[in-house]
Each structure stands twice: as structure tokens, then as C-alpha cells.
Design a binder for this molecule. Sequence first.
Ligand SMILES: [Zn+2]
Ligand SMILES: [Zn+2]
Length: 356
Amino acid sequence: MFARASPSDDVAHEDARVRAAPRGGQGQGQGQGSGPLSGSPSPHAAPPPRALTRFCAHLTKPACRAARGAAEACDGVHFKEVLFPHTQASAGQCHFLQDCRFQHSCRFVHWSLDHDARTFPPDPPPFEFSPEAALRAPAPLRAIPDAQWISCDVRAFDLRLLGSFGVVLLDPPWPIGIDLPYDTMSDREMRDLAIGSLQTDGYVFLWVTGRAMELGRDCLRAWGYRRVAELAWVKVNQLQSVIRTGRTGHWLNHSKEHLLIGAKGHPPPRAPGQRPDCDVLVSEVRESSRKPDEVLGVAERLSPGTRKLELFARQHNVGWPGWIAVGNQLENDRIVDEALAKRIDEAYPERRGRRV
Ligand SMILES: [Zn+2]
Ligand SMILES: [Zn+2]
């Protein structure tokens, strides 16, 4: 099941054991396998995509064919070299791989997946909306299947209009003492957010990094939560190796990120028979600061069928059923819940024109 992923030549992949799943798929060490994602397949449905796909130990199809002595490569996942005019193949492979910001000039070798739909099924969604779970949720927390979003400054918007949530997820623009390509918030602004007004009984999921690991704990207390868990996201690159050559970390290189999980009151229970998720998540990095979608599945299994809110959301975060995304980088508003629309229209009549 495990394979070596490193091309024989080079860098930090010599002990790279590959977990055998496409990005975002199930089977990423989360210990799941029951709950909203599974269930009995319909006898009329097409066979489900394989949740596990093996990465070929030979890395490329030509190497695989040569090793097998066959005309066809195996049905595992292979990579192919991306060779630009400026690539020097003898220089070895780029440490940053697909995350390299300088591919237009970087002389090291980069890779892309070499696959077709047969060998590499699309990622399954991190969760599926369950109308039955929503019906079991307490009425004020009951989710609707539509995705909703609001484009606004989280600091200025009256969050109390949004109602109650089973899970509130935040990936804040923490002031962590380095230049970032977006506006950050002060410590005081973070502590003063009215997060506590969004939940009576529920969970907060808070991404923290650097000095925000302490500040985030302060915020949880200030907002009225007790910390009950902490999930570590271990970042792997395209070849499924732990990233050891990142761009952050002074004393140690940062190869993981942390998600604090706080609870308040008495959150509704997990679905009967649903096992807890693992607090280690292994998943590929994507765009800068984008977090893995698997966390949405963790939220759904912890708090099934409830309304969920993401603050500081960006455009790639919108569109999940049951979720409301709020952030100043979103393009417009989509509000389907009539009671919510009415509250917002009364408080901010000028916002009507933004809705799609
Ligand atoms: Zn192969
Ligand atoms: Zn590069």
C-alpha cells in the first residue's frame, strides 16, 4: 500500500512514504468510514470511485513500463516532468514542487500528475448534506441545504443578525509579525469579535499559527469557550512527502498548522455510531493559506445537520451546503434563508443590491 515517491536523484523525499489517496479524498488517516459520507450505495448507482489510489513507486509511466517490462504502466498514479525552456534537468527537483512561486524562472524540475479519469477519480466531497441529520438538529441550529454567503467586513458587520450555529470556523488574518499579502487584525479586534453571540451550544474551529497559538487560546476564553481538542494539519506536497522546506518557521520549519477546537454549552451529540475523527490530518497544500476541505467533514461529523458559519471566508470557501460564508473578499451576497434575509434587510437596507 505504501510506496516510495521520490525520484531517485534527490532532495528531501528519501523516506517519503506515500499515503494512498488522492488529495481531499477519504482515507487520509482520519479514521472515518461511517457517517454522512458513507451509507448504502444504491443498486442502480455507478460503482463509487475508489477512495484509495496507490501512488506508483516508479513515479513516471516510462519508468513503470520499463520496470514491469510491459507496454502499459500500472494503474497507480504517476507523475510527469514539467520541462520549461529554463529547466535544467540535471539540477534535480524543486523543493517547492507545484507550490513553487517561481516556476516561470525556476531552473529545478517540477512535476504534474500524469493520469486519466480511470486511474485518478475526482475527489469526493468532504461531506454530503443530510436532510435527515438536519431534521434531528435542534430547531434554531437546523441547517438548510443551500450555500449562503455575505460579503462584508467581519469587524463592522453585526454578527448577531446571523443567528445560531453548530460550528463557527475562523481562519483569521492574525497579526503574526511578518509581512502578509492581506490586511491583518489587531489582537484587540480579534478578542472583541462577538463570536460568543453566535452560539449557545456549539463548537468553534479556530486556525492558529505562530504567536496566534497563544493569542488564539486567549480569544477562545474571551469568547466564552473551553478548548476541547486541537487538530494538526500535516502538510504534504504534490508527491505526498511532508513539506520540510517551507517558507515559514524561525527555529523549526513549519510543516503543520493547528486548528483549535473550542466548545460552549452542551453541543448536540454526534450521529449515533459515529466515531470521532482523528486529530491529525494529512493533506496536500494548495494556494497560499488555503486550508484543507477535510475540516468541513470533521465539522459535519462532530455537529451533524447544524447551521455552520465560516468567518474570514474567501471565494474558494463558498458553496458548501448548510454553510454561511462571511468575509470581505467575497464578491457578493447570496441569502436563501428568508428570516435571515429579512433581519439583514432591516439592519442594512443598502445591502439588497448586492444579492445574487
Ligand atoms: Zn506504475
Ligand atoms: Zn521551483
